[in-house]
Design a protein around this ligand. Structure first.
Ligand code: ATP
Ligand code: LTN
Length: 335
């Protein structure tokens, strides 16, 4: 599985809320496209998810469901490594070392921390603040060359790069400095009801997102109710974020260019366009859901994928961590 000739790719998603079409178009779609050419590791970052209060039974169930959704969306466990973050203790261990190289000011600037602090004002925990260091450790632990993410993760990626450079210059060359891979289109899918903010899988209002597992009826209803600004033209227009987001969704799902979508619907009503968009998204999700339903019934299969993933990741994580411990001056334990 670990092909040393291929560049290493790493990414992850938090098992919080309902995996949504924003996550697919911003991240997962790229993962699937890149898995042939890269030695890929895909994480379900359960430790990150704990920065927001979780129900333990639901978290457990959701982790397995996310693994099944990764596979249903096209990640092939024969080609790529799928790992639950908490199965590999080196993530947290490397985080400690990296946290001694991270400045408070760097964390204070993070927009995700500011947004999440506003949303969870009663639970601004230290983990929420140090979240980007754990993410840097996810990436650096596997010496990743490439990290495919949506646009909202750019700032976190820059910290991971800075920490790699800082460690390398403080001690000696140890970490690969990772490159972000952010798609040209689809990197920021917007909320259906509040198109000035991004679609987010943990949104309390489920009408704001299309979940990968939403039934066809729900998809169609959510698209019908999506906010479309005043005006009637089906056209990309910065001053009309609602319709622009829907045109972009149509284009990404059908692989038609935005121009082609606009000309297909020129002179047509919003309502016709929305009916068609609901249909194309539902059709797109149907085979994914069918595959998901098959895989998620087979617990043994999912567990075998995770056991193989953890073994591979543990081996690689241990290799990097022992190098790091040596470089910082720790004594190896006597055997
Ligand atoms: P949450 O609401 O639970 O914080 P989220 O939807 O923001 O979650 P993450 O787990 O933070 O999702 O992100 C998983 C991946 O999906 C990341 O690569 C992120 O950049 C990408 N992503 C998240 N939201 C969008 C979006 N609206 N458009 C495109 N990509 C997105
Ligand atoms: N912080 C990311 C999820 C994440 C991640 C990673 C992405 C955790 N570790 C490593 C890429 C690489 C987010 O999307 N909120």
């Amino acid at each position: 599985m670990a092909d040393t000739h291929k560049p290493i790719l790493l990414s992850g998603i938090q098992p919080s809320g309902h995996l949504c079409i924003g996550n697919y178009l911003g991240a997962l779609k790229n993962w699937v496209n890149l898995q042939e050419s890269h030695d890929s590791i895909f994480l379900v970052v359960d430790m990150h998810a704990l920065t927001v209060r979780q129900n333990p039974a639901e978290l457990r169930q959701r982790c397995l469901s996310y693994v099944a959704q990764y596979i249903a969306c096209g990640i092939d466990p024969e080609k790529s490594t799928i790992v639950i973050q908490s199965h590999v203790p080196q993530h947290a261990e490397l985080m400690w070392i990296l946290s001694t190289l991270t400045y408070m000011g760097e964390l204070n600037r993070m927009t995700q921390f500011k947004d999440k602090s506003k949303k969870h004002a009663a639970n601004i925990n230290a983990g929420l603040f140090t979240y980007p260091i754990l993410m840097a450790s996810d990436i650096l632990l596997y010496q990743a060359d490439l990290v495919p993410v949506g646009a909202d993760q750019k700032q976190h990626l820059e910290l991971a790069r800075d920490l790699a450079i800082r460690f390398n210059s403080t001690y000696s060359d140890t970490f690969v400095v990772p490159e972000p891979c952010i798609p040209k289109t689809g990197a920021r899918i917007m909320s259906l009801q509040e198109p000035e903010k991004k679609m987010s899988k943990s949104d309390d209002n489920l009408n704001n997102l299309i979940a990968i597992l939403d039934s066809a009826d729900i998809v169609k209803r959510k698209i019908k109710r999506a906010v479309t600004d005043s005006g009637s033209e089906v056209k990309m227009d910065k001053s009309r974020p609602g319709i622009s987001n829907l045109v972009q969704l149509y284009s990404l799902i059908t692989d038609l260019s935005v121009k082609e979508v606009e000309s297909q619907y020129s002179g047509k009503m919003y309502s016709d366009f929305k009916t068609d968009l609901g249909n194309v998204i539902a059709e797109f999700l149907e085979p994914i859901q069918k595959k998901y339903n098959e895989i998620s019934k087979d617990k043994d299969y999912l567990e075998s994928v995770l056991a193989k993933g953890a073994e591979n990741a543990f081996y690689r994580g241990r290799k990097t961590l022992s190098k790091v411990y040596r470089k910082v001056g720790f004594i190896q334990p006597a055997r």
